[in-house]
Design a protein around this ligand. Sequence first.
Ligand code: NZQ
Ligand code: ZN
Length: 391
Amino acid sequence: MKSFDFYSPTHFVFGKDRENEVGKYVKENGGSKVMLVYGGKSAKSSGLLDRIEASLKETGIDYIEWGGIKPNPVSTPVYEGIEQGRKEGIDFMLAVGGGSVIDTAKAIAMGIPYDGDFWDFFTGKDPEGALPIGVVLTIAAAGSEGSPDAVITNDKTLDKNGAGGDCIRPKFSILNPALTQTLPPYQTACGISDIISHAFERYFTNTPDVEVTDRLLEGLVKSVIHEGKRVMEDPDNYEARANIMWAGMVVHNNIMGVGRDQDWNSHHLEHVLSALYDVAHGAGLAVIMPSWLEYCATHGGETRIAQMATRIFGCEMDFADPKRTALEGVKAYRAFLKEIGMPLTFAEIGAKKEDIPKLVEMNHIGDGVTGGFIGLDKQAHFDIYEIAARE
Ligand code: NZQ
Ligand code: ZN
């Protein structure tokens, strides 16, 4: 196991109706003038926003609304939010929504106190500081409620990039699983696909002797598969939703990723898909993650993928031919994704085979090699997209 620092200062507030306490937590964290960031329509139409605003008013906290944030969030509303936030003297960012809303709030939080262009933080510069951020989560998926990351697409260049730093970990995150009961089945399944991918990006490593985190990740994926099937059959099942919501947080606040190299290649391969075709991140991952696994299973990664196949999917280990076991595991994962209604091919998400050279270019890999588990050069990127584009 490698040496590591793990710092996760977010206060998690979990359970039914807990969003009604939001004013108290904003106040405790020094907020007096809040920018209330939300998405397209769900938070408004469900009445959630009214409840949040009532709690803020009750606590004597002033706020402005910053709504209309779309999935796969782009840079323009961030620039506008920074300008508006400065004008209004905003001192606290409150995100009510999923990853897209939270990441927009995080980007505005970094941008308001910064003299330069906020995009600097999405092209390698470490954040210098940020306004405090609070979250009321409405979808279990991206894990941004506990992560030090934000992902934004530059709407001029179509670069979908990440920024990271402990200053953008939320001060508090309110997780009421009942709020996710209004999600359409497709969005619930997208979340499940993203959560499992966040486990796999950590699981597939060459770092030896990481048995504790291996077993935590395996247990998490098995639970999410179990609860995922339950929730698809019974969307109002609070307990299944509660387990999935907590899984989405713990898998991505990195407690299961410490002490080991990670491999985020499949996220990078996906981010260009969601930037180009505006496909939901979890749906893009359902197409890419098994394609990446299939590639790795046939390019030197078979032993660890076979371990995943046996321990998670109960495949029988073929010691003479671990590649066969590994590919059985990939097949089982695809079958699960299909069962919950996820796409598996380019055609199902509207991606085009003839765009593959463009997609590879958008990854900006040049002559280099990316990844920690199996290094991927330009040709490997082509090969993985080809697998995904297979009918
Ligand atoms: O806009 P509204 O009307 O709210 O609809 C949203 C949106 O259409 C809907 N939704 C959310 N909660 C709902 C609901 N509909 C009904 N009832 C509810 N309770 O769901 C749709 C998707 O929302 P979005 O916020 O985009 O989902 P998600 O949480 O999957 O976030 C995806 C974004 O997060 C990024 C992704 O790349 C993508 O841009 N990621 C962020 C990460 C991070 N910050 O750590 C890590 C992830 O790997 C990921 O890359
Ligand atoms: Zn993700």
